[in-house]
Write a protein that binds this ligand. Structure first.
Ligand SMILES: [Zn+2]
Length: 406
């Protein structure tokens, strides 16, 4: 990875205008910076239009820039749901006006994400990264088959949130030892892997490119691994929290609640194997901001979802690269090359971030540019600080620097 000096940062950049920055930090003369290609997160929730009290295109894309991301794909659980050209146009207008990095919307698979009739896939196709009903699974196999046939004809992927509603039974954390010990209602692993098994059959029959969102269980991984061996056009993502945490880390706090939930240690170990052997194609954050009130109601009552786009790289670099699980190059492939290739999102020449990989800090949600603050990683010590991000030749994030020589 190329290395840069402080001099370049302070005098040589010449990019305008500066749009995002945060608190000052000391910048010693001999610090070296590592240049990484702009990451691509294929799974974020930017909450606008409809829920701008949680996040906006502006705040979410600035948070992305701070995380070293120059492209993100925004999920369609919005109001209105982007299920028609007209509804999608509202989101696209805000993106054109406010986005600091490339924001590609997902089009919904079904009208209103209600799972009853298919959305206008043909009309939306030119403008969307792919199709997804993220936040809920498409329960009706007939509808999913038709969606796959139409997506295939359009050359678009279906990105599936896999969850069988009939198996949920009011669960909100993993149906494992912690739930049993603390009297919580569990979400079983089968609610994730059973719909994956169904969809893999449909993908085999239709030939549709199929991407599985946020896999969390070892069974899901085995199914996808086998499907790849069978030659299916299938890919999947997992998220940093499923690689770095499991149910043993749970606390009675809403910042540990997301869907799918933190699973068992065996699941986490299987997912780590999956990223090392290439069965898992990419790491996405499922950045899902909520208001403080929505996350203040403990495990049972809080909304599902945590923020993650500002912390993903430092957490993964610290937890996986510095510990020798992955090389830096392999991590960058999971965060940049592979998701870009799968979703057809090219990396521009002037799309990169500069990192001080030796800088150590403690994750403090008060520093976030995102409106969301709920993260299970608050207080965790990490290495790696993004000092600037450039997108399309324009500086979109820069950490303010304090001159330490005086
Ligand atoms: Zn999501």
């Amino acid at each position: 990875m190329p290395v840069y000096s402080r001099n370049m940062l302070l005098h040589g950049a010449g990019f305008l205008p500066l749009v995002g920055h945060d608190s000052a930090f000391p910048c010693p003369e001999k610090t070296e910076y590592t240049r990484l290609p702009g990451f691509c997160d294929v799974h974020v929730h930017l909450r606008e239009p409809g829920f701008s009290y949680k996040e906006t295109i502006r705040t979410g894309s600035l948070a992305a820039a701070r995380g070293g991301y120059t492209a993100v794909c925004a999920m369609p659980n919005l109001d209105p749901v982007p299920d028609s050209v007209e509804h999608l146009a509202l989101e696209r207008e805000i993106i054109a006006r406010d986005a600091a990095v490339t924001v590609l919307p997902y089009g919904a698979v079904t009208v209103g994400e209600q799972g009853r009739e298919l959305a206008d896939l043909e009309g939306m196709a030119p403008y969307v990264a792919a199709f997804s009903d993220d936040g809920r699974g498409v329960q009706d196999p007939g509808l999913m088959r038709e969606a796959m046939e139409r997506a295939k004809a359009l050359g678009k992927l279906i990105a599936a949130h896999c969850e069988d509603n009939s198996l949920l039974r009011g669960g909100y954390i993993h149906d494992g030892s912690y739930a049993a010990a603390h009297g919580h209602r569990g979400i079983c692993s089968e609610s994730e892997w059973r719909p994956i098994a169904r969809d893999l059959e449909l993908a085999a029959q239709t030939g549709c490119g199929y991407h599985v969102c946020h896999i969390s269980t070892k069974e899901s991984l085995s199914l996808i691994r086998q499907a790849k061996k069978d030659g299916l056009d299938v890919s999947c993502e997992t998220a940093p929290h499923y690689l770095l945490l499991d149910e043993n880390d749970l606390q009675e706090d809403g910042r540990f609640k997301m869907n799918p939930p933190l699973r068992s240690r065996a699941d986490r170990e299987a997912l780590l194997e999956g990223i090392c052997d290439g069965s898992i194609d990419c790491i996405a954050t499922d950045h899902a901001p909520h208001s403080a009130e929505e996350k203040a109601r403990g495990l049972a009552g809080s909304a599902f979802g945590i923020v993650g786009i500002e912390t993903a790289f430092p957490l993964l670099y610290t937890g996986l690269v510095k510990t020798g699980v992955l090389s830096l190059e392999a991590l960058v492939a999971l965060l940049c090359d592979r998701p870009r290739k799968r979703f057809g999102i090219p990396l521009g020449e002037d799309d990169f971030s500069l990192w001080d990989l030796n800088a150590e800090s403690v994750i403090d949600p008060e520093d976030f540019l995102s409106r969301g603050r709920a993260t299970p990683f608050a207080g965790r010590r990490v290495f790696g600080r993004c000092v600037e991000t450039v997108h399309g030749g324009k500086l979109v994030y820069q950490q303010r620097m304090k001159n330490t020589e005086n």
